[in-house]
Write a protein that binds this ligand. Sequence first.
Ligand code: HEC
Length: 149
Amino acid sequence: MLKSKNALTRWALSIATVSVLLACSETQSTATDDSARWYTPQQLAQGRAIFAENCAACHGANGEGVSNWQTPDSNGFYPAPPVNGTAHAWHHSLAVLLRTINQGGEQLGGRMPGFQGRLTELEQRSAVAAFQDYWPDDIYAQWLVIDNR
Ligand code: HEC
């Protein structure tokens, strides 16, 4: 009796697992469909040049950041984080990303320089396109939800 009850539980669990897996793959394929990027190939090309010139020195050529980015230096400042979709940048709406680039990290207690007056708003947007292009589709789709809030 006990044995068959266990078997039943196992069976129910495996059905549950399969439906969760199915639900996940369904969400993912929808997410990929919804993730057409907001930027044009021209903006991306411009952004790559801007990123290489203004951002790559700190954030890495491909936005990979510094390997010890989670460890503050002796002055309590953090090194440049990845912006390639592996850290926190994708939790921020486009408006917040642009504000950080425009005003720098001081407002966050950091020391990233602000680009106000050095890059136009359109150039700053292109720089966002450059690093967002490294984001996998599922991360980009999650960001879209945050950006639309
Ligand atoms: C001198 C180094 C430096 C340069 C140059 C620099 N950054 Fe940063 N960036 C940082 C640091 C450090 C942080 C973390 C916040 C802080 O300490 O100010 C940061 C944070 C960010 C964030 C927020 C990331 C997050 O997880 O929320 C974005 C987006 C960003 N930078 C984009 C850029 C772009 C785009 C450029 C070029 C236009 C750029 N940065 C140039 C050092 C730099």
